[in-house]
Design a binder for this molecule. Sequence first.
Ligand SMILES: Nc1ncnc2c1ncn2[C@@H]1O[C@H](COP(=O)(O)OP(=O)(O)OP(=O)(O)O)[C@@H](O)[C@H]1O
Ligand SMILES: [Mg+2]
Length: 320
Amino acid sequence: MTTPPPTRPRPDSDSLRPSGPDWHVVCEDVFKIYKVATLEVVALRGLDLHIERGEMLALVGASGSGKSTLLSVLAGLELPSAGSVQVDGRDLLTMEEADLVDYRRVQVGFVWQQTGRNLIPYLTAAQNIELPMVVTGMSRKAIRERTAALLEAVSLTHRAKSRPEQLSGGEQQRVSIAVALANNPPLLLADEPTGELDSHTGDQIFDLFTDLNHRFGVTVVIVTHDDHIADRVPRVVTIRDGRIATETYNRVETPVSGAPRTVRHEFAVVDRTGRLQIPKELREAARLGNHVSVRLDDGRVTISRDNDPSTRGPGPGSGA
Ligand SMILES: Nc1ncnc2c1ncn2[C@@H]1O[C@H](COP(=O)(O)OP(=O)(O)OP(=O)(O)O)[C@@H](O)[C@H]1O
Ligand SMILES: [Mg+2]
């Protein structure tokens, strides 16, 4: 008889915005600067993000925008250069090294894109899953039971004795997810976990994340380049240039007559200091330059180019 992972209560997935006070992750004004010789790369520049316990969200953005950096910070693998990152009320920036080691072992699970990075090649699927529990000193009996439960949760009981090379890419990622969940972390992070898989297998892995999120209330953050997957996650956060630029909420709505359908609500994000990123397409369409006019018109904030000396043409008309 196997013991399933404990179930956590799930927040109301139907709500448009996470509004409860039970924040699992709170990032405020986070900076991450990598120093390479004399060069400094600012990977995160004042990033704000709140994630509610039990949420599932996708993190998208152009290459180099800071997605993997953010995930590494949340995983406790990289320390932010400035700002505050709280996970379950613990501040990762001020945590003692011993607490950070404990945090990485039991508070967070991580799945990388490269299957080879997740698994030890000479261990079987079951042994790979057992390893993180051995490190935390769990009893042999508890390890055996939990390994069986996790293999069952990822539908791989029949492959327990296979080594990674004997498994398909999708099966390897399923074992990787079980390894990440071994110590029952409440937070599961995955950096392009479907990137090396064909679309059908990628869908199956994505469905597994959704299932684990629904059944066990694990908070899931997935970095993806796949629009198809991003469409199926309740909340999609777009990073641009090291900051959150937009957020999209995919909400299932049931009309009075007719079948339920997913409706997208996209928001630009205004940070605590009032900063807003205006997408390039909109800036170009409205011909906004470096200076814009921001006015309050009848309860609406209007951004226009009419006071912009750098974009004003020689003609009399200058309003956007
Ligand atoms: N270890 C590092 N040392 C120096 N610079 C780094 C390091 N890791 C990331 N960077 C830089 O930080 C920026 C953000 O990188 P990051 O890997 O977070 O982007 P990403 O959004 O994950 O991109 P991709 O979609 O290509 O994976 C990039 O300019 C990158 O070159
Ligand atoms: Mg990356």
